[in-house]
Write a protein that binds this ligand. Structure first.
Ligand code: VG1
Ligand code: CO
Length: 580
């Protein structure tokens, strides 16, 4: 093949957000739009990193992925990349990509240097919905801000890109290595099985035999909903083929380009089918719900964990995994190096860290901040309130890993109890945790697709209010006299303890005397308008008070959050789009 230099013009707004560049498909399919971003990434990495490199290109299989893989392959070839690795049919979950970068060895002994992950994660897909792309580094984690800033700067000045137009489209449906010859020598496209490397990794972490005993026990039942995302491929292989779950325990496990028209976000609003099956939501007189249920998002890095008629908040989930990891999960048997959570995530993990005397870190939203801590050996388990949980086995959050972690804990707690009698259920494990550590009542209100101007004004209003705490407390007492006093308020700023980099404006916090918190942030993953997230949390230590309904318990603070921020005035919204 030959290399063609193509002149191009600029596109506005190619700034990567919390997790890559996400836009409507109609934006991405404009001529040169994807090309500009990919070339800007190559330019940000620099020719010496790109020449001779081995890059993974795959994603959650959403609409436009197949075209994008061919475009990126041709551009990589033209930029001197030596090998492209593609999961069969272009499918690799985000955690699997991270694992492949770190662990996979090619047929010629090669190792990967990075990856383009094609996903907009939990955002809907299809011709009228979202596409996304992000770059991950050699450690398997998302590019840090220093790199994404450079990419964005390049998108504002790019004049041309390189492409091997003569390179034929590669068949990505068949596992095979195909070689081509370009001006600089050999170029390989290696299409490989999407699951085998990931399965191997999971087997090195968990005790599959004990999970298998749990899944085959007559008093246990299981259910997994992939919401038609890429998790389905892994669920079938791991839960059914490896661990012996029955095929009928899988819901929506065939990946679809448009996720079956749904919103592939594993929460109580969007994972409707699973929620109903687990006996949550509307009164349900049908068959007895399974003991355990879980769901994933489009790219399988998120997870929702449910027990029978019981919801586990993601903030509790990471705390419970951390509290039980050493006993229940072989990978952690020699102890945890430390734990971390994102700022808006509840402080349930903090309490566990304190009890177990573990290093603890609070980082900004988005997985890229955990990676540095893990690379430095300072963190083993981490999580976010947004249904993300993971560990240092890779540098992304990992939906299937979280489910295997929970199944391991259940298997451990029930090891003498399988086959007969009543199991220690998910709900029992959570209630026991609250009795030891106290409970962090928690909820998040999302106002999706609000006017961007109004959202900015709301945030500015909250920052301005922070200058006088006495004023804030006066306003709050006028809204609800029964909440405690705000003792500190700020905009969260993070100094990375490893490389010293500083990230500012990471959300507005109001911290109360009794440990309650209100946090306000603008989403960095949307593709249109603005999304305001309001995070509301209250800590209760007294074990006689940990059993309440969370919306009821938090009602006073919710009211304060909405009134204090003048949410209705700024957005015209009287109710959130999604409550989690
Ligand atoms: C959201 C979540 C954040 C998560 C991010 C990427 O970001 O709040 O916790 O890391 O999505 O997850 P934001 O900026 O919209 O609040 V995923 O599964 O979309 O890669
Ligand atoms: Co995701």
């Amino acid at each position: 093949f030959q290399v063609t230099r193509v002149q191009t013009t600029l596109f506005d707004g190619q700034k990567p957000g919390t997790s890559g560049l996400r836009k409507k498909v109609k934006v991405f399919i404009q001529p040169n739009y994807l090309h500009n971003f990919v070339q800007s990434t190559f330019n940000a990495l620099g020719a010496d990193k790109v020449r001779g490199a081995t890059l993974v290109v795959s994603g959650d299989g959403r609409y436009f992925s197949k075209d994008a893989i061919q475009i990126i392959t041709k551009m990589a070839a033209a930029n001197g990349v030596r090998r492209i690795w593609v999961g069969q049919n272009g499918l690799l979950s985000t955690p699997a990509v991270s694992g492949v970068i770190r662990e996979r060895v090619g047929h010629d002994g090669s190792k990967a240097n990075g990856a383009f992950i094609l996903t907009a994660s939990h955002n809907p897909g299809g011709p009228h919905e979202d596409f996304g792309i992000k770059y991950n580094m050699e450690n398997g984690g998302p590019a840090p801000e220093s790199v994404t800033d450079k990419i964005y700067e390049n998108t504002k000045t790019i004049k041309e890109y390189l492409i091997a137009e003569g390179l034929p489209d590669v068949d990505i449906s068949t596992v095979a290595v195909t070689s081509f010859t370009g001006p600089e020598g050999q170029f390989d496209v290696d299409v490989f099985d999407s699951t085998s490397d990931y399965v191997k990794l999971m087997k090195s972490i968990f005790d599959f035999e004990s999970i298998k005993s749990l899944l085959s026990s007559p008093n246990f039942s299981f259910c997994y909903d992939a919401l038609h995302g890429v998790a389905g491929v892994y669920a079938k292989r791991i839960f059914v083929e490896e661990l012996g779950a029955v095929e009928s325990s899988l819901l929506n496990c065939i990946p679809k380009e448009d996720f079956g028209g749904g919103h592939p976000d594993p929460n109580l609003t969007y994972a409707k089918e699973l929620v109903a099956r687990m006996g949550l939501g509307k009164a349900n007189n049908e068959s007895e719900p399974p003991e355990f249920g879980a769901a994933a998002d489009g790219d399988a890095d998120r997870n929702m964990v449910l027990g029978k008629r019981f919801f586990v908040t993601p903030s509790d989930s990471v705390a419970i995994i951390a509290a039980n990891a050493v006993e229940a999960i072989p990978y952690f048997s020699s102890g945890l190096k430390g734990v971390a959570r994102s700022m808006p995530t509840s402080a349930a993990l903090d309490v566990v860290a304190k009890h177990l005397n573990l290093k603890f870190f609070e980082v900004p939203t988005g997985w890229k901040f955990f990676g540095n801590l893990m690379d430095a050996g300072m963190c083993s388990v981490c999580g976010e309130e947004s249904f993300g949980t993971g560990s240092d086995h890779i540098r992304e959050k990992d939906g299937i890993w979280a489910v295997l972690a929970w199944l391991s804990i259940l298997a451990y707690k029930n090891k003498d109890n399988l086959g007969a009698g009543k199991l220690v259920a998910v709900e029992d494990i959570v209630r026991h945790h609250w009795s030891v550590y106290g409970r962090h009542y928690y909820t998040r209100y999302d106002y999706e697709n609000v006017d961007a101007g109004g959202a900015k004004e709301l945030m500015a209003h909250l920052v301005k209010l922070q200058s006088s705490l006495s004023e804030v407390n006066k306003i709050i007492k006028g809204i609800r006299s029964d909440v405690s006093n705000v003792v500190h308020a700020d905009e969260f700023e993070y100094k990375d303890p490893v490389d010293g980099s500083v990230s500012k404006h990471q959300g507005i916090r109001y911290l109360f005397e009794d440990g309650s918190r209100l946090v306000f942030r603008l989403s960095g993953t949307g593709s249109e308008g603005a999304t305001i997230r309001v995070y509301i949390e209250q800590y209760v230590k007294d074990s006689s008070k940990t059993g309440r309904d969370s919306q009821e318990a938090l009602a006073p603070l919710v009211k304060v959050a909405i009134k204090l921020s003048k949410l209705e005035e700024f957005t015209g919204r009287s109710a959130p789009t999604v409550i989690t």
